[in-house]
Each structure stands twice: as structure tokens, then as C-alpha cells.
Design a binder for this molecule. Structure first.
Ligand SMILES: [Ca+2]
Length: 216
């Protein structure tokens, strides 16, 4: 019963946030990486497991840095072998989602000229209620990024059964030098399912439905 309770609390918070802004709201928390994790200066709140919940994490050579920023003072960096934390890394955060809604994930990127990973990409993943099954995903390669901030976005529609939408940024097979730097990440609903209204109230009733659905 712990999970449904937590979800309903999160839903109530989300409904308030939605009501506060009629415009497409950023569903991600701390998308600019300004808030430091209580675990360490090297991580960002909401992008680290159990800080404050289990809906975000960082792995490998990803770390919060203050080198330069598109917004504020801090960024998330996926760093080269020089940091001695392995050859891959990334961060993810997930928010409650609904099937049929179309989501847009965007962020700004900056990369050192010597940065040359085998893979770097951003992903939208759609998960079921207990996040035991990924129902679908969409991937966008992070390409053409150099020593100037560049925005890249990805749009995808949540498949049937979606209850969580996860934003992921990652790189693997990283080079010795340099890093990929990320700032001002945003996840927005760009269109809603025709079967549901798109008001803040709909978010709340969805939470109730989820509670009843797996409360028994
Ligand atoms: Ca920032």
C-alpha cells in the first residue's frame, strides 16, 4: 500500500503545479540541476536515487558540475575517462504519465571539442505502474553538439498501459578527455489523449483510478 499512497500524494502535488500554469509545464523537477543532492555535491536532487524518492538516479561517470551553465550555475555532465568512473554514465528521472498523451523531452547540450563517445542519446521510456515493464521507448541521438549550447528535443506518444514517463540522458564508450554537458532539461505534455480531459482535474482523477486499480 505504500506505493499507491505515494503516487496519490505526488498526483496532488502535480495537480497544483498544473493549475498554477496554464502553459505547458515542465514535469521534471530540478531540470536545471541547480538543487544539490543531499547525498553529495556531485549529484542533483531528483536525479539521484532516494533523493527525495525513487523516481530518479545517476550512474557511472555522470556528475553535477558548475563549469558553465545555460541556466543558473550548475549542469549535469557525462564525463570522460579522465574522471576515472568508467566508460559510461547518465541520469534519469520519471514522472507520472498517461497513455495517449504525447510528451516532448528537450534539453540544452554543450560538448568539449575533444569529446568523442561511441554513443550519446536522450530517451523517452514508458513504464507500467510498478515500473517492472517498459512498454515502449523513443531514442534521439545527441548529435552535432560542440562548444556552444544547442537544444535538442524528442517527442513520443505514451502507449497503452503507461503510468510512468522516464527521461534518460546517457553516453557510453566515452573518450579519455572532455565531457557532454546538459542543462535546462524539460518534459512537457504537448497533446493529450482524446478520451480524457486535459485539465488539472483530470490528473487528480487519474490518480484516484490508479489507486483503486491496484489497491486490491
Ligand atoms: Ca543549470
Amino acid at each position: 500500500m505504500t506505493l499507491p499512497l505515494r503516487k496519490s500524494i505526488l498526483t496532488a502535488v502535480g495537480a497544483v503545479a498544473f493549475a498554477a500554469s496554464a502553459q505547458a509545464a515542465n514535469l521534471l523537477s530540478n531540470g536545471s540541476f541547480e538543487a544539490e543532492s543531499s547525498a553529495s555535491y556531485a549529484f542533483a536532487q531528483n536525479w539521484k536515487m532516494n533523493d527525495p524518492d525513487d523516481h530518479g538516479d545517476a550512474w557511472g561517470n555522470a556528475g553535477r558540475e558548475n563549469w558553465r551553465a545555460k541556466d543558473g550555475s550548475f549542469i549535469m555532465a557525462i564525463r570522460g575517462l579522465w574522471v576515472d568512473m568508467g566508460d559510461n554514465g547518465g541520469v534519469w528521472q520519471e514522472v507520472e504519465g498517461q497513455p495517449g498523451r504525447t510528451y516532448r523531452l528537450s534539453a540544452w547540450f554543450w560538448a568539449d571539442s575533444m569529446w568523442n563517445p561511441q554513443t550519446q542519446e536522450m530517451k523517452l521510456e514508458f513504464w507500467n505502474w510498478d515500473r517492472s515493464q517498459m512498454l515502449g521507448s523513443s531514442v534521439q541521438k545527441i548529435e552535432g553538439v560542440g562548444e556552444d549550447w544547442k537544444e535538442i528535443s524528442l517527442t513520443a506518444t505514451a502507449p497503452e498501459g503507461t503510468e510512468w514517463v522516464r527521461a534518460v540522458f546517457l553516453a557510453s564508450g566515452v573518450s579519455s578527455a572532455g565531457s557532454l554537458q546538459i542543462d535546462d532539461a524539460s518534459l512537457e505534455v504537448v497533446s493529450s489523449a482524446p478520451a480524457n480531459t486535459d485539465s488539472g482535474g483530470a490528473t487528480e482523477s487519474s490518480g484516484d483510478y490508479e489507486f483503486l486499480n491496484f489497491g486490491e
